[in-house]
Write a protein that binds this ligand. Structure first.
Ligand code: GDP
Length: 441
């Protein structure tokens, strides 16, 4: 399951829905920058560093090898879930996941401030949770892994090296207490930390269903997103395989999750952004505020150029379209079908290399008929009767998305509640996508 836009597509809710049939749920990238919100009968829960499988009896939630984990925050999250009686499944943490340190948080803020000083327009608006610097150190081979926390000498030696390379950073906490804290926290987390590769290979070999829960989203991929306004990992289907250790040949379905409109947090191009009253309406009705940072999200309209790109990059076999209730009661719903470039040419497919070029395109909209408000009676009918109770204009909207992307819509989210997702049936074989022109800008 992969986020198809800029994040916050309600992946938490869709993976919780899909987890009902899964024996394992694996997070393969990201860390404490993630906030997957799930509305349970017991109240809301926001998961940061654990996979939603931990919420279900009989399910194993794996924090996978590709993640960067802040151990102290992970322990807090686990204790809080235990306190609320929500840690019902099993939690497993990969020994290969990297440790995100306080120094990474300091460095994250320092780097983004530096960008702002050098060129205010270049600030990325990161979450300042240290994700980027933690991945830098992973690839720079300075990193400490979760499994290393049981070896105090390794922790100490790596910290000293790291502090030597990062001596320019202000306010680094002293090494001794930090090393002690890491080792002590590591000892308390040790029952969860183990190799996950063989466990997952065996699960796949037995035919157990394994759900890879995407975090962050396609257009934030470090290589294929709107660089440099991206995250530091690969939130794509290929990245999910790499970050879990499951071979690509074992993948059979790829569900792309997209909102019926679009949002973006932080800086970066957003062609269909609506800064007017309708954008404000989406923010208010959709509750578009970050689950982790509380930051307001920028809002706009569904962008099929970007969705086609995400579909082709990830090989989506079906789509989950969420938050359709937010648009209920609107006369028409704008959907971007192509862009016009500054030189007048049109584009339906592909992403330009430079984010500034994407910022200059003019979206071309089709205005589709709106559907009624999702009041309680309609929700009740959909719960009882399934997809056939969805209003006709909404079904036409979903069909339009399927036709334009070549990917069938399989799930629809019509409210935040756990049961407010409807399955449209098995995806039909994808129709032939319409002719697509390559990016020529
Ligand atoms: P994620 O990071 O992709 O899981 O997304 P977030 O959790 O940040 O944002 C999704 C928000 O929308 C959460 O508050 C969800 O409870 C809520 N939500 C999920 N699905 C729906 C839906 O179909 N309709 C509405 N109105 N809200 C939803």
């Amino acid at each position: 399951m992969i986020g198809a836009q800029f994040g916050d597509e309600a992946k938490g809710k869709i993976s919780d829905f899909l987890a009902a049939d899964a024996r394992y749920v694996v997070r393969s990238a990201g860390g404490p920058n993630t906030g997957h919100t799930i509305h349970l009968p017991e109240g809301n829960v926001v998961l940061h560093q654990v996979a939603c499988g931990v919420l279900r009896h009989g399910c194993v939630g794996v924090s996978g090898p590709g993640m960067v984990l802040q151990p102290m925050k992970l322990e807090e999250e686990v204790l809080e879930l235990q306190r609320r009686g929500l840690l019902r499944g099993e939690l497993v943490v990969s020994e290969r996941a990297h440790v995100l340190l306080p120094v990474h948080e300091i460095e994250d803020a320092w780097q983004d401030d530096l960008r702002a000083v050098k060129n205010p327009g270049a600030q990325l608006g990161t979450t300042r949770r240290g994700i980027g610097p933690a991945y830098e150190d992973r690839y720079g081979r300075w990193g400490i892994r979760m499994g290393d926390l049981s070896r105090p000498a390794v922790v100490r030696e790596r910290l000293e090296l790291l502090y030597a390379v990062k001596a320019h950073l202000p306010g680094l906490p002293p090494i001794d207490p930090l090393a002690a804290q890491l080792v002590e926290t590591g000892a308390r987390l040790a029952p969860y930390v183990r190799p996950t590769e063989t466990m997952l290979w065996d699960a796949v070999a037995r035919g157990d269903s394994v759900l890879l829960e995407g975090a962050q989203s396609t257009l934030l991929d470090v290589d294929f997103g709107t660089y440099p306004y991206v995250t530091s990992s690969h939130p794509t289907s290929a990245g999910a395989m790499m970050g879990s250790g499951i071979p690509p040949t074992e993948l059979d379905t790829v569900v792309g999750v997209a909102k019926a409109y679009c949002t973006r947090v932080g800086a970066g191009p957003f062609p269909t952004e609506d800064s007017g009253p309708r954008g404000e309406f989406l923010r208010r009705v959709g509750g578009e505020r970050g689950a982790t940072t509380g930051r307001e999200r920028r809002t706009g309209w569904l962008d099929l150029v970007l969705l086609r790109y995400a579909a082709r990059l990830n090989g989506f076999t079906s789509l989950a379209i969420t938050k359709v209730d937010v648009l209920g009661g609107e006369d028409t719903v704008p959907v971007c079908v192509q862009y016009v470039l500054p030189d007048g040419t049109t584009v339906r497919d592909g992403l330009p290399l430079d984010a500034s070029d994407l910022a200059k395109v003019q979206p071309v909209y089709e205005r589709l008929d709106g559907w009624p408000l999702f009041h309680e009676r309609l929700k009740e009918r959909v719960r009882r009767e399934g997809a056939s109770a969805l209003p006709v204009p909404l079904r036409q909207f979903l069909e339009f998305i399927a036709q334009e992307t070549g990917v069938p819509v399989e799930y629809v989210g019509y409210g935040p509640g756990r049961e407010e997702t409807v399955w449209l049936g098995p995806p039909a074989p994808p129709g032939r996508p319409r002719a697509m022109t390559a990016w020529s800008g």
